[in-house]
Design a protein around this ligand. Structure first.
Ligand code: SAM
Length: 248
């Protein structure tokens, strides 16, 4: 009986598709794809950051905290004292809080999402780091943001944001921002283990001087030494680069 229902349903579906015509089915799929906001838009990030990403699970919370602390330790040990920091794709601005004990004096967070920038602006005055540091947040696309002419940053951070622009744009933008890097300044780049991020990383290593880095992967389900391909808990590369002097 179940088989018969299944067969009748399949026949009905096939007939419906034939009646609509293959072109309309493809059109329907394309329409669905087009109506989903692209990750290059503020609309997409507003939805993500106010929904799925607003209350991360334990993996997410720990992952973010470990990545932020790793960035801070790498910067403290292998870069200049991070007094002035530009954080591109800053999200909620958590990195500013992680940098509080590292002598942060001026922090500028830039993000495409107006939702996350408004939230950071309204909350940051209560953060302990706000007592010692000049914090400011700008709602802008990192590809268009232009810091003040005379501003120089000890660290320019791109944590989990470069994969949302093209490989060429990622390199172009780091090259452009090199103009605002202090003489001993470093780029701190954090990327997850996926094909596009690997391509970005390869392109960056051709243009910028590698300083130091680590690979992190969480192990919620048991111990293990190998870095594995895992969508739920991907490996992250946190690395520091320096702009070659002739490009700055
Ligand atoms: C995965 S979250 C990472 C947030 C934060 N850097 C962290 O590591 O927790 C990506 C962030 O980048 C922002 N973003 C994406 N594309 C951007 C762009 N072109 N310019 C500026 N921000 C962008 C998003 O709005 C989002 O807040």
């Amino acid at each position: 009986m179940i088989k018969l229902i299944n067969l009748t349903f399949k026949q009905w579906l096939r007939r419906a598709i034939y009646r609509m015509g293959a072109g309309s089915v493809v059109g329907w799929f394309m329409q669905r794809r087009r109506s989903a906001p692209s990750h290059e838009t503020a609309e997409y990030w507003n939805q993500e950051l106010s929904g799925r990403m607003s209350t991360p699970n334990l993996n997410g919370r720990l992952g973010n905290a470990i990545r932020d602390m790793t960035s801070v330790l790498l910067i403290q040990h292998c870069g200049p004292p991070p007094r002035t920091v530009l954080d591109l794709g800053c999200g909620f601005g958590d990195l500013a809080q992680a940098l509080a004990g590292a002598g942060l004096q001026r922090y500028i967070g830039v993000d495409l999402s107006d939702y996350v920038i408004e939230r950071a602006k309204s909350q940051c005055s209560s953060w302990p780091v706000a007592r010692q540091c000049d914090l400011s947040f700008h709602n802008a696309d990192l590809r268009e943001f232009v810091p003040e002419d005379d501003e120089l940053f000890d660290v320019i951070v791109c944590n989990e944001v470069l994969k949302y622009v093209s490989v060429d744009e990622a390199v172009e933008q780091l090259n452009r921002y090199g103009r605002w890097l202090a003489p001993a300044g470093v780029f701190c780049v954090n990327i997850s283990d996926d094909p596009k991020s690997r391509a970005i990383f390869r392109a960056l290593t051709k243009k910028f001087a590698w300083v130091y880095g680590v690979i992190l992967q969480q192990r919620p389900d048991g111990p293990g030494f190998r870095v594995t391909s895992d969508k739920a808990t991907p490996a992250y590369l946190v690395g520091l680069f320096r702009a070659p002097t002739e490009q700055v």
